[in-house]
Design a protein around this ligand. Structure first.
Ligand SMILES: [Zn+2]
Length: 415
């Protein structure tokens, strides 16, 4: 197909995820048998097929009456710029090796750090592009990508430059770069967490000046960085006009939720451990909770207190956490399946959290299908949105459009 052709897509079911179309009984704003028109990268119209065919006689008709159409999925939390392998370490851990033994074979975040430091910019870019291509095939049209495996200035920048290089690629999902220098302590820091925080603060100036990050993240947890160590970096990020996302409460509640609320963060991510007061503070400040069920599954952890978050009114987002250690998958659909199975989210909560909520947390206008909005959407080889959750996690997209152009799948001529 030519890339800017006008398309009239007949659907078996159209899930808009649009709050303006939603009701209590129909939270996804879904309707059977609607059609939509894609023109010049936007959703030009949604309505009855006969009416749209008259209004857009030039449109090429795509018959998807056997399937459901949703907004493109948005993955709001990934560590997708990595190279190397952590398979050996996983095998050892599963066979009962303890942390020390794994460290001895060079495992953990430092293993990925070594691999990333040794990789060239083209190597990092190529690894990320391949990953984004596979994510597109899973129905993903936008991806947040964090640094955090460089852990020195040059290597952190190289990770972010790899993201920037792919920012102009129209044949891949859109990318949103996040600086996560405060992810782990590199060996040369010799245990000095305050010192690493101070260095990240220095690196941030150049990263912001060169437009290499839209967000700044920090890993605030018992075995990572404290609120006091993270606050200066995140405050500076806000002064520089960057957004804030924070890894919070994966292992212990050390006050990260309150910090996020205080700084007006876009999201807090993980949140396996959060108090009622922390949840209330998040809701009050409008901070979204990015849930990462693949990580808690891999680590054998209990789910976050979902009922508490719901009751407080915190908006829930679901993301893959794609990384080589604790979430070794690129599949946002797998994370969605686990959100339902292990966290008890409804299908509607999960799908909204992987579309509208995720996009909003990244400051993107996608994640809903609405007249005039971007034509980021997926034609699924599935009859209903419930089928996105079960069967689990596979590539079931027939066609994925970003800004009206195919980034995965193939358009077949109507019979
Ligand atoms: Zn993460």
């Amino acid at each position: 197909m030519s890339t800017d052709e006008t398309l009239l897509i007949q659907t078996g079911r159209l899930v808009t995820c649009d709050s303006l179309q939603a009701t209590d009984e129909n939270p996804l704003g879904a309707s059977d048998d609607l059609a939509l028109v894609v023109k010049a990268g936007r959703v030009a119209a949604i309505g009855e097929v006969t009416n749209l065919a008259e209004r857009f006689p030039e449109a090429r008709v795509i018959d998807h009456r056997n399937g459901v159409v949703t907004p493109g999925l948005v993955d709001a939390h990934t560590h997708a710029v990595w190279v190397g392998s952590r398979g050996r370490e996983y095998a050892l851990r599963m066979a009962g090796a303890d942390y020390e033994q794994i460290s001895k074979v060079g495992g953990g975040i430092v293993a990925s750090m070594r691999a990333v430091r040794a990789a060239s910019l083209p190597e990092l870019t190529e690894a990320l592009a391949a990953r984004l291509t596979r994510m597109a095939a899973l129905g993903v049209t936008a991806v947040e990508v964090k640094s955090g495996y460089g852990l020195d200035e040059q290597s952190e920048r190289r990770q972010l430059e790899a993201v920037a290089r792919l920012g102009g690629r129209r044949d891949l999902p859109a990318v949103v770069p996040t600086f996560l220098g405060l992810h782990a302590l590199p060996p040369e820091a010799q245990g000095d967490r305050d010192g690493h925080g101070a260095r990240c603060l220095q690196w941030l100036e150049g990263i912001a000046a060169d437009g290499l990050a839209a967000y700044v993240d920090a890993y605030v947890d018992r075995s990572a960085f404290s609120v006091a160590q993270a606050r200066p970096l995140l405050q500076r990020a806000a002064q520089l006009g960057l957004g804030i996302r924070i890894h919070v409460g994966q292992f212990a509640d050390v006050g990260g939720a309150e910090l996020a609320a205080d700084l007006g963060a876009a999201s807090v991510d993980h949140l396996e451990n959060v108090s009622a007061a922390g949840a209330a503070a998040l809701a009050e400040a409008g901070v979204r909770a990015v849930l990462l069920p693949v990580a808690s599954f891999t680590l054998g952890q209990s789910p976050p207190p979902i009922a508490l978050l719901r009751e407080a009114g915190v908006e829930l987002v679901v993301a893959s956490d794609a990384n080589p250690g604790t979430a070794p998958t690129e599949s946002l659909p797998l994370a969605m399946a686990l959100a339902v199975r292990n966290y008890g989210l409804t299908v509607a909560e999960t799908l909204l959290g992987a579309t509208r909520g995720a996009a909003a947390s990244l400051g993107l206008s996608g994640g809903v299908l609405r007249e005039g909005g971007p034509a980021d959407l997926v034609l699924w080889n599935l009859p209903h949105e419930d089928d996105l959750i079960q069967p689990w996690g596979g590539p079931m997209a027939a066609l994925v459009l970003r800004d009206g152009r195919p980034i995965a799948g193939a358009l077949r001529a109507p019979a």
